[in-house]
Design a protein around this ligand. Structure first.
Ligand code: ADP
Ligand code: ZN
Length: 468
């Protein structure tokens, strides 16, 4: 009898446990679904997605061939017409586009619609003084806020959240991009822009911000300021969306600890749309690419041939819904790899690994793209300096430091402090105006910078931002 009772109780418990597990499973499924903004696209079957991509690619190629003299000429050079592009497998027949193409077509040469249809312009720094310009039609802006709505929903946000947008507003795509995405999900948006840390923290506590959008380095900076002020307990923050520059898992850990949030990586670039090209889900195993808008390829940056599936190489993106400024096989120079395995979040889209490096020498300093060649050309403008320089980038108190050491020509090198100071100030002002950030210039003696016998090593970047 006693055994029987025990058995009965155990069975009852087992049933209850099973029921509980089933309930938990459905609750989890419901929660996961509620973290997906556009299930029909984000969870679309692979075959169906391929059909969507084929169709959209054909439309895009037709569009640029007929409306962009730049792309038409490039295609004609290769002897191809839109008839040659039937499926996404034909993508490899199309020409690549690179940053200098955009610079050479400055300002609007790559626009594929009349200016009357462009409703927004953004810009990012290019390889020389001229910025890269992007133009958006109304539809492009709605695509942009769609992909960011997916991003924010995937981080668990909804209309019940209060978004503090601390990316810079203006020509930079970060601020306004995140702004419209957050409005799209119905969240309450605080368009505070970057900087003014005191005010950030004040509004964060007074308004009860629950989501933060900014660069990861600024998030760390804010985290430290919050610690210093001892207001961590007053924060209602639960999540942050950080991108526009590389960051490591160690930084993620620090940010999450300091602000007591979950930190998500988001990726994008002005040429393609801005932030929103890809985003992390709660599994945080790579960023899901919005493949119904942007087609990814990974190529070997030297041979320009596609790498084997899953291998690391340079990310190439083709926009397949953009109207204003579609880009065809745009070489991002960002190194990553694609992951095709299904994700536990239920999304079916391919994921890209956190950015692992660059195939060119572009530096991202305080969120601004900086090319050593830009600095070189500024230095060359000054007759007093020699073409020997070295750039030092580091991070102190979570802020990037940027030091430019340049040799003064022997005939110009003097002990007269005021004339040296004057030269230094002029160079710093010129770098600020051309590149858009402040560099600390140090004038050094003739022949003090190490000469190289091979390819000159002109940059020391101690930040190790691409390390795991
Ligand atoms: P954004 O406004 O997104 O910063 P930019 O065009 O100014 O766009 O810069 C784009 C470049 O910034 C990318 O090509 C990449 O090198 C870098 N970047 C953007 N987001 C990330 C990220 N999440 N991780 C690493 N690098 C990133
Ligand atoms: Zn996922």
């Amino acid at each position: 009898m006693g055994t029987f009772v025990v058995c009965k109780i155990t069975n009852k418990h087992r049933n209850e446990a099973t029921n509980f597990k089933i309930l938990l499973f459905f609750a989890l499924l419901k929660k996961l679904k509620s973290m997906i903004w556009n299930e029909s696209y984000e969870c679309m079957g692979r075959e169906e997605m391929r059909e969507v991509q084929n169709k959209r690619l054909r439309t895009t190629v037709e569009h640029v061939y007929h409306n962009s003299p730049f792309y038409r000429a490039k295609m004609q050079e290769l002897g191809i017409t839109p008839m040659d592009i039937e499926t996404i497998d034909d993508l490899v027949k199309l020409p690549f586009t690179i940053k200098t193409d955009l610079r050479d077509q400055y300002p609007f040469g790559l626009f594929s619609v009349p200016m009357s249809e462009i409703v927004r312009l953004h810009a990012s720094s290019g390889t020389t003084g001229k910025p890269i310009v992007a133009g958006y039609t109304r539809k492009d802006l709605s695509t942009w806020s769609e992909v960011l709505a997916r991003t924010f929903t995937s981080g668990g946000c909804s209309r019940n959240d209060i978004f503090q947008i601390a990316y810079g507003y203006g020509l930079f795509t970060g601020g306004l991009g995140a702004h419209y995405g957050a409005e799209n999900i119905g969240a309450s948006v605080i368009p505070i822009s970057a900087g003014n840390t005191e005010k950030q923290i004040q509004l964060m506590t007074d308004f009860g911000s629950t989501a933060l959008c900014c660069t990861p380095s600024y998030a760390l900076y804010l985290g430290e300021a919050v610690e210093d002020k001892g207001v961590k307990d007053k924060l209602k923050l639960k999540v942050g969306f950080f991108g526009a520059e590389p960051w490591t898992e160690a930084m993620r850990f620090e940010i999450e600890k300091k602000l007591n949030i979950k930190a998500y990586d988001i990726f994008g670039l002005t040429e393609v749309i801005g932030p929103g090209v890809s985003y992390e889900c709660n599994a945080q195993k790579g960023m899901h690419i919005n493949e119904d808008h942007f087609l990814p390829e990974i190529i070997n940056p030297v041979t320009l041939e596609p790498v084997a599936p899953g291998e690391v190489g340079e990310l190439v993106l083709t926009t397949i819904t953009k109207e204003g400024m579609p880009v065809i096989r745009y070489r991002t120079k960002d190194l990553t790899r694609l992951m095709y395995e299904p994700c536990s979040c239920g999304r079916t889209s391919v994921r890209m690994h956190k950015i692992m490096g660059r195939s060119d020498d572009m530096l991202i300093i305080r969120g601004v793209n900086v090319f050593p060649t830009q600095i070189e050309s500024v230095l060359m403008e000054f007759g007093e300096t020699a073409p020997h320089y070295h750039l030092y980038v580091d991070r102190e108190n979570n802020t990037d430091t940027f030091d430019v050491h340049v040799e003064v020509r022997p005939e110009n090198f003097t002990d007269d402090m005021s004339s040296m100071l004057n030269l230094r100030k002029r160079i710093e002002a010129r770098i600020q105006s051309v590149v858009g950030i402040h560099a600390h210039v140090k004038l050094v003696e003739p022949r003090s910078i190490e000469r190289s016998t091979g390819k000159a090593q002109r940059v020391t970047d101690k930040r190790n931002l691409y390390k795991e």
